[in-house]
Design a protein around this ligand. Structure first.
Ligand code: XLS
Ligand code: NI
Ligand code: NI
Length: 437
């Protein structure tokens, strides 16, 4: 059955096309730096926004028109939705998708029923994966929607909730493995707190670390070879999310001896909520060998919450792909559109426009980043800016040869530091703009 009868398979038509249902830049087999666009970008559709989003906001219920939905959260509906999802993704030509356990399958009356339902839906997902060749980029567990998680999951004050969360992640990991998932994501959900009046912060952090150690142990036990990813976010739903940003999360992982077992899934809107640019977050993760995957979206500069909009800004996508190319690729990760259409964009076709736009913005950004790298347009300047470290006193400091005494002697003899050069920010902004075409 066709759920999107008016939508053909989306094809690449080139930059001059005005067809809204065609790619102007995403040409999957086109080579950039010797690798196909498909392999550079590894696009994924997210199940939660795209197939479970209704467009609701705090002021009104969803008004999305989804003709295939029957208004229920039944198992039958979950199974039908799998067909919708795979038709959508096939027409789009994306290689991957991502889910939370509760996006794909509803809860039953108790945990064992819930697990059975998940297995039933997973079986159908597997069939569709085999039919289409679409793969699972990552799975995750929803440990934040049900009211049992009101005080958090592994950081709950209620030990039973920790146990429930462990059981749920165990199962989600097994299903992710069964479906060939290439990564497994931990986004904090309600792991954080709202007030210290009622919170034992040290105990909660210890519990969070204990939970992660258990997950790592179980991963090894079942032979799941995918990458574990932590997705930092500074606020929302709690005022103080424990995985605030990449730097904070890395400190947590190192402090508890977990840093070798995880990488980061960095989301644009989470970076901006932390008052960072996405470029900063990516660069920080990348130089520490921790950039594992990307939740490709954007926020609204005028709004202070996670609006999860589709990325369309070439300045942003070029910067993202610049970091990714500079580190030699995104590895087992990908570009997951953790993004939703606006409430006002309530027709099914809007889902296509949104993904086509996001994919094109990234493909375009990839080409821009590759062109900048080819000319060493920025990196050449940066290299030259730090030239004083390549020889002489700079090299002696970096190698550890020069200590405070030698540096004092050097400066006493010299009397004054060498003059500084301009940072040339405006020039470099102009250079970058030259490539944005
Ligand atoms: C929420 C997060 C979430 C994760 C998956 O803000 O972005 O959607 O990506 O749990
Ligand atoms: Ni988010
Ligand atoms: Ni996300």
């Amino acid at each position: 059955m066709a759920f999107f009868p008016d939508v053909p398979k989306i094809q690449y038509e080139g930059p001059d096309s005005t067809n809204p249902l065609a790619y102007r830049h995403y040409n999957p087999d086109e080579l950039v730096e010797g690798k196909s666009m498909k392999d550079h970008l590894r696009f994924a559709v997210c199940y939660w926004h795209t197939f479970r989003g209704t467009g609701g906001d705090p002021f009104g219920p969803g008004c999305a028109v989804r003709p295939w939905e029957d208004g229920s959260d039944s198992v039958d509906m979950a199974l039908k939705r799998v067909e919708v999802a795979f038709e959508f993704m096939e027409k789009l030509g994306v290689p991957y998708y991502c889910w939370h356990d509760r996006d794909i399958a509803p809860e039953g009356a108790n945990l064992s029923e819930t697990n059975k339902i998940l297995d039933t839906v997973a079986k159908k997902l597997k069939e569709q994966q085999q039919r289409t060749g679409i793969k699972l980029l990552w799975g995750t567990a929803n440990l934040f929607s049900n009211k049992r998680f009101v005080h958090g999951a592994s950081t709950s004050c209620n030990a039973d909730v920790f146990a429930y969360s462990a059981a749920q992640v165990k199962k989600a990991l097994e299903v992710t493995k069964e479906l060939g998932g290439e990564n497994y994501v931990f986004w904090g959900g309600r792991e954080g707190y709202v007030t210290l009046l009622n919170t034992d912060l040290k105990r909660e952090l210890d519990h969070l670390a204990k939970f992660m150690h258990m997950a790592v142990e179980y991963k090894k036990k079942i032979g799941f070879t995918g990458t574990f990813l932590i997705e930092p976010k500074p606020h929302e739903p709690t005022a103080h999310q424990y995985d605030f940003d990449c730097a904070n999360s890395l400190a947590f992982l190192r402090g508890y001896g977990l840093d070798k077992e995880f990488k980061f899934n960095v989301e644009t809107n989470h970076a901006t909520l932390a008052k960072h640019t996405m470029w900063h977050e990516l660069q920080y993760a990348s130089v520490n060998g921790m950039l594992g995957s990307i939740d490709a979206n954007r926020g609204d500069l005028l709004l202070g919450w996670d609006t999860d909009q589709f990325p369309t800004d070439l300045y942003l996508t070029a910067q993202i792909m610049y970091v990714v190319l500079n580190q030699g690729g995104i590895g087992s990760g990908g570009m997951n559109f953790d993004a939703k259409v606006r409430r006002e964009s309530f027709e099914p076709i809007d889902l296509y426009h949104a993904h086509i736009g996001g994919m094109d913005a990234f493909a375009h950004g990839l080409k821009i980043a590759a062109a900048m790298r080819k000319d060493a347009a920025l990196s050449g300047f940066v290299k030259q800016r730090y030239a004083s470290w390549d020889t002489g006193i700079g090299a002696d400091i970096e190698s550890g040869k020069a200590k405070f005494e030698e540096l004092e002697a050097y400066m006493l003899a010299k009397g004054e530091a060498a003059p500084n050069a301009s940072g040339r920010q405006e020039l470099l902004e102009n250079v970058m703009n030259r490539y944005l075409k």
